[in-house]
Write a protein that binds this ligand. Structure first.
Ligand SMILES: CC(C)(COP(=O)(O)OP(=O)(O)OC[C@H]1O[C@@H](n2cnc3c(N)ncnc32)[C@H](O)[C@@H]1OP(=O)(O)O)[C@@H](O)C(=O)NCCC(=O)NCCS
Length: 179
């Protein structure tokens, strides 16, 4: 995997962004810092606990990084967190692979779903890719994660294929959005 240019940090408020509404619990998406690592790892653990049933062990493990492991991932990947009232409710990573943007480990707190959190995170990744002049954004999603496929379609990504048994015997769907 090649890793290239990294755009500047970004912050964006999703939805209504006037100060009073933000104070009342609007969503803020911004690049994570090392201080966020424990909260991000706790979020992944919570998401895994909700989704883990029947997941192959290597995949389950990869969704449960220790703070030290996650810190090492931050070397090659730009992570954004969505916060509401200061609490991390969603995370996504972006990396540059062969000159395009690859999204990794998108996850939203089960208690914060269907509220546009992932949509706001995806919007931030598209902005990130545009600022880096990357021509496309793509993601690979386990076929069993049906809500994720619905999300990518909803966000204007095209489904471009399915590889059988691609990841520890799990089928994987690919989505792209050309910018
Ligand atoms: C997939 C996931 C990230 C979606 O997060 P979310 O914040 O709930 O998504 P949003 O609220 O932004 O949803 C936007 C749209 O996507 C679609 N969508 C999202 N979740 C869906 C679901 N469970 N069923 C059907 N459609 C869904 C809908 O069109 C939705 O719009 P609507 O709520 O107005 O109908 C979340 O369910 C999750 O963390 N899943 C487990 C981890 C995972 O699958 N990660 C992706 C693998 S890389």
């Amino acid at each position: 995997m090649a890793q290239g240019n990294r755009p500047e940090p970004a912050a964006s408020a999703a939805g209504p962004s006037s100060a009073p509404e933000r104070a009342a619990g609007a969503l803020l998406v911004e690049r994570i810092t090392h201080q966020d690592v424990p909260a991000v790892c706790a979020l992944y653990k919570k998401v895994l606990d909700a989704e883990a049933s029947g997941l192959p062990t290597p995949i389950a493990k990869s969704w449960q990084p220790t703070p030290l492991e996650f810190t090492s991932w931050m070397e090659g990947v730009t992570y954004f967190a969505a916060r509401r009232d200061g609490r991390v409710v969603g995370v996504v990573g972006c990396e540059t692979v062969d000159g395009s943007a690859h999204l990794v480990r998108l996850a939203v707190d089960p208690e914060a779903r269907r509220q546009g959190v992932a949509t706001a995170l995806l919007q931030t990744t598209l902005d990130w890719a545009r600022r880096a002049s990357l021509p496309a954004v793509w993601a690979d999603v386990l076929d069993r994660f049906r809500p994720a496929a619905a999300l990518f379609r909803h966000a204007g990504f095209s489904e471009v294929g399915l590889l059988h048994k691609r990841c520890f015997h799990e089928d994987v769907r690919f989505f792209e959005r050309v910018l």
